[in-house]
Ligand binder design. Structure first.
Ligand code: A3D
Length: 320
């Protein structure tokens, strides 16, 4: 059987890291696409030259021609611009919306059967626009944010409790922005929910609240340190986890920006929700029950995403 084909649209910081991870995990042959002349080609050659030492099979191609993504099984989209210090993700909307239009049309023409993972910010609005521009089924177009936000939450919790990250489960709901909702009640250490751990004296409510806030600000913390761009190692790892779940039909339960058709009270929009990802793409959006307080936070986050989607419709009338 031929190796799967993985097209990375955008060969910048995240794109290059995605290519490296895809190769190391032997997920398939990689095509790097970028309009910045030489960027994709240079990274493809550099990555291919890492093969003999690492010992993976697989090919890399750098290109600026959409015809080269033909028949891709997975497309991961990072094309666009990242944040600089002081910018919010929403500040990127106008410029990245135009990028989504050209990327969506490229995927529609050359890789209409692909599973598409969008990473470009502002994430929830961009994945919505990308699905519209590409015309692919909603279960085949998904946004990466929840896996990353949850990984940040899990990391901070494992440090606080001095336990293995593998035994910390967590998920973050809502839009990938300041209003995201790290779910305390549904996050656990070895199956023990966080509120119980507070009662058991493992941590205080104040410390837990600070971790929740640090999770919400996780992207900005890294932007502030790097000064020249945003996080890329953990975002790439998170998207590869989703791609692998699809390619290997793992039926993973992962929080993603998925198209909701009434689940958790959201209709006709993309927002961060728990999903099942397997060979059919997003096979299920898990319709969890929120308590009153969680629902208020989630609704606020959904409203923020709705505002961005409305802004997209105003900028590009074909989306209205
Ligand atoms: P960067 O290193 O700048 O790479 C973006 C690449 O896109 C550059 O190489 C550009 O040349 C290329 N590009 C721009 N326009 C086009 C186009 N029309 N067609 C093809 N390629 C194009 O950024 P990055 O890799 O650090 O980040 C990429 C995106 O991911 C940004 O929008 C970030 O804000 C976003 N991001 C999202 C998360 C999430 O959790 C959702 C996390 C981190 C970054």
């Amino acid at each position: 059987m031929a190796r799967p084909k993985i097209a990375l649209i955008g060969a910048g910081q995240i794109g290059g890291t995605l290519a490296h991870l895809a190769a190391i995990k032997e997920l398939g042959d990689v095509v790097l696409f970028d309009l910045n002349d030489g960027m994709a080609q240079g990274k493809a050659l550099d990555l291919a030259e890492s093969g003999p030492s690492e010992g993976f099979d697989g090919s890399f191609k750098g290109t600026a021609d959409y015809a080269d993504i033909a028949g891709a099984d997975v497309c991961i989209v990072t094309a666009g611009v990242p944040r600089k210090p002081g910018m919010s993700r929403d500040d990127l909307l106008g410029i990245n919306l135009k990028v989504m239009k050209s990327v969506g049309e490229g995927i529609k023409a050359h890789a209409p059967d692909a599973f598409v993972i969008c990473i470009t910010n502002p994430l929830d609005a961009m994945v919505w626009a990308l699905q519209k521009f590409s015309g692919l089924p909603t279960n085949k177009v998904v946004g990466m944010a929840g896996v990353l936000d949850s990984a940040r939450f899990r990391h901070f919790l494992s440090v606080e409790f001095n336990v293995s990250m593998r035994d910390v489960t967590a998920f973050v709901l809502g839009g990938h922005g300041d209003t995201m909702v790290p779910s305390v009640r549904y996050s656990t250490v070895g199956g023990i929910p966080l509120p119980d751990l507070v009662d058991m004296g493992w941590t205080s409510q104040e410390k837990l609240d600070a971790i929740v806030q640090r999770t919400r600000d996780g992207g900005a913390e890294i932007v502030g340190l790097l000064k020249t761009g945003s996080a890329f190692y953990a975002p790439a790892t998170s998207a590869i986890e989703m791609a692998e779940a699809y390619l290997r039909d793992q039926k993973r339960v992962l929080p993603c920006a998925a198209y909701c058709d009434g689940e958790i009270g959201v209709k006709g929009m993309y927002v961060g929700v728990p999903t099942v990802i397997g060979a059919n793409g997003v096979e299920k959006v898990i319709d969890i029950k929120l308590n009153k307080e969680e629902q208020v936070m989630f609704d606020k986050s959904v409203d923020a995403v709705k505002g961005l989607v409305d802004a997209c419709k105003q900028i590009d009338s074909s989306l209205a």
